[in-house]
Design a protein around this ligand. Structure first.
Ligand code: 5AD
Ligand code: FES
Length: 382
């Protein structure tokens, strides 16, 4: 039985102990629509954020530099089987121009994101990473390029990349399989995250909310996985179907569950960098504001040239594809101020990374596989 008082006590316990048992997480998720329970969670989450970051919201300038992808994730609009995707690559010069423009607009972190595009081998990427670093030594450079070898991650780290975003997508093995074609393994995804962490990157993982076949148990697997990995950042956003993928007819994920999970993540780790994602802003016009009110502290606006924006369609109706970077920047500032927070010009490092605390302890690689056995495959593959 989940009632309001029980949910409230679970929020209190989560705030105090930073985690709950599986049964307690289940009850908390089941009680999320009870009057007052989300409000209580968000109020505590905001207090936790304020204690670490004050009113600061960090911006990351996202540069989507290639939509070629050798992979075929069932949910993703730039999957290789989507013959209708118009493919593009930005040149080194274009990427550097995006960074220059971003820097003028006050961005101090650039995220180079792309599909898994073999054209961008280590040599080409290291050259670009080095050039961005040289041009903007006061900025942090984040990569988001999918699964690569450990040697490749190391080369790019040595070239100057400090952070890496690789959503784990689902920590429930059966559910992970149902989102990806045969031959894609959660084990390799975990291996990548473990390598990135060992090499010294600040790491971001994450998942979609409401993807086909996802249950509350899958979400709890994600929460437990995050608790073990202790990443610096967690990116979550609602699943949104893309018309030219096998999931075209599936239901989208909900904004309210997404923001509830943001609140939970904030209480699990007050120092976490938590973006209010573009997908959240796409599913609901005030989704990003709701995310900020639930404890998020990062926004990742697009710095890609407007000419290519519509081609990086991971899902249908993605917002901000027609706006110049400067317009997006002004729009976001208004939204952030509207919820009583401030955009700051800063690299926006994770507080857990800059101060010595148990949260910065390297996650032992061996444990990543142990996490898998916490709840062996309950979800049947699709
Ligand atoms: N809906 C929402 N998010 C998506 N992503 C990919 N496809 C979709 C979709 N249809 C997310 C994945 C990926 C990130 C770059 O975008 O989680 O890791
Ligand atoms: Fe490219 Fe999914 S199809 S990452």
């Amino acid at each position: 039985m989940t009632d309001d008082t029980h949910t409230a006590s679970l929020v209190d316990k989560l705030e105090r102990e930073r985690t709950l048992s599986r049964g307690e997480f289940k009850a908390l998720l089941a009680g999320r629509t009870l009057p007052g329970s989300a409000a209580r969670l968000f109020e505590r989450a905001r207090a936790a954020r304020r204690a670490v970051y004050g009113n600061a919201v960090y911006l990351r300038g996202l540069i989507e530099f290639t939509n070629y992808c050798r992979k075929d994730c069932l949910y993703c609009g730039i999957r290789k089987s989507n013959a209708r995707a118009e493919r593009y690559r930005l040149t080194r010069k274009q990427i550097l121009e995006c960074c220059t423009q971003g820097h003028e607009l006050g961005f101090r972190t650039f995220v180079l994101q792309g599909g898994e595009d073999p054209y961008f081998n280590d040599r080409r990427l290291a050259d670009i990473v080095g050039a961005v670093r040289a041009a903007h030594p006061d900025c942090a450079l984040t990569l988001s390029l999918g699964e690569r070898s450990r040697a490749s991650y190391k080369t790019l780290f040595d070239a100057g990349a400090e952070r890496y975003l690789l959503r784990h997508e689902s920590a429930a093995p059966g559910h992970y399989r149902s989102l990806h074609p045969p031959g894609y393994s959660l084990r390799n995804r975990m291996r990548c995250l473990s390598d990135l962490r060992d090499i010294g990157y600040q790491v971001g993982c994450g998942f979609m909310v409401g993807s086909p076949g996802q249950t509350d148990d899958c979400l709890i697997d994600d929460l437990f996985f995050i608790r073990e990995l202790r990443p610096q950042m967690v990116g979550i956003g609602p699943f949104i179907p893309h018309k030219d993928t096998p999931f075209a007819g599936e239901q989208p994920g909900g904004a309210s569950l997404t923001v509830f999970l943001l609140g939970i993540l904030r209480l699990m780790d007050p120092a976490l960098l938590l973006p209010a994602t573009t997908a959240l802003g796409t599913i609901h016009p005030q989704g990003r504001e709701a995310g900020l009110r639930a404890g998020a502290n990062v926004l990742m606006p697009n710095l890609s040239p407007v000419a290519v924006r519509k081609k990086y369609m991971l899902y249908d109706d993605k917002i901000c594809t027609g706006d110049e970077a400067a317009e997006c920047r002004a729009c976001l500032e208004r939204r952030v101020n509207g919820v009583g927070l401030d955009v700051v010009v800063s690299r926006g490092d994770c507080a857990c990374f800059t101060r010595a605390s148990p949260m910065s302890e390297a996650f032992p690689a061996a444990k990543l596989t142990e996490v898998r056995s916490v709840r062996p495959q309950i979800h049947a593959g699709r």
